[in-house]
Design a protein around this ligand. Sequence first.
Ligand code: PMP
Length: 382
Amino acid sequence: TATITATSLIVAGYTTYQLSKQYQKDKEIPTIKDGVEELIGNTPMVKIKSLSKATGMEIYAKMELCNPAGSAKDRVALNIIKTAESQGQLIRGQPGWVFEGTSGSTGISIAMICNSLGYRAHISLPDDTSLEKLSLLESLGATVNKVKPASIVDPDQYVNAAKKACDTLLKDHSGAKGVFADQFENEANWKVHYETTGPEIWKQMDGHIDAFIAGCGTGGTISGVSKYLKEAKNLHGKCHVVLADPQGSGFFNRINYGVMYDYVEKEGTRRRHQVDTIIEGIGLNRITKNFHLGESFIDESIRVIDKQAIRMAKYLSVNDGLFVGSSTAINAVAAVDLSRNLKPGSRIVIIACDSGSRHLSKFWKEARDVERDISLDKVMEA
Ligand code: PMP
């Protein structure tokens, strides 16, 4: 009987253990959300197994593409709207407009969140914006204002056009509610990454992060996350912050050499390096408020050329099932580059900003032709 009792105790103990494990799993099932905006944030972290194995590092991707409108910009759009509400520019339950000048993800995030919160979105963009983005914005019911492509100093440039449309509404209709989102200059942008993305990364990594890598469009992501990680008192060791920059962008020189523009020396004079890039959403040749507020937290910039990013996108897709956009591919190239200078086993986090499905007609048109069994050495070839 002693043996039978002991066996029963072991079985009972094991069953309780299994049940508690199941309970732990059940606890991870997300709760019911009260609207699409509550789905924003708390994005997963995934280990990129192929790159980790090949480099001897632990390389992770913060899956911002899992946000409901498909990118990290959901956080920004929601915080811009909430900030406008706290300042009385929008009132929940009353009609109101959100204006933005963008050909990218921010417009899509604004359009989706406006629908959920009862506002209207008015998006100005250059008339050469890709059909897939235009169609997405129109499907979401945004008012789309197409303008001729122009320089930022031109009053009819799309960002300036968005501000003008907002000013006109407020001037011509007394009592109308509206806000110009202004993602490049609006501090609600970096703040939401400081308050949410940064702490989430810290928690998911248990404070063990040796390096963090992101690109820079407005600068909101890299500024907010880096500020949080640099200030985190309970971080195990220092976190090295890297800005991954595409060809033709000025941030690389700004961070590494203190000059913003991408110059070339030619015939004794300095000329702007006119290199275009296929990468969308990152790389600029001017300093915006959201970048400037966080640039002191960035330790280094790594330049990535288009060819490397195109090959990396295919590599991640076929080896890891990660179907990512161009800016994520750039971050992954920078992670492999950086790994050459890190101790084995170092933990690197990159931002996976959006999915490849946003980039089918341009970036992925090139990436899908890359050979399936490409080696990582070939991916990294300049
Ligand atoms: N990746 C993509 C695809 C983007 O659209 C953007 C923003 N334009 C970024 C990265 C960079 O984010 P941030 O604006 O926070 O610098």
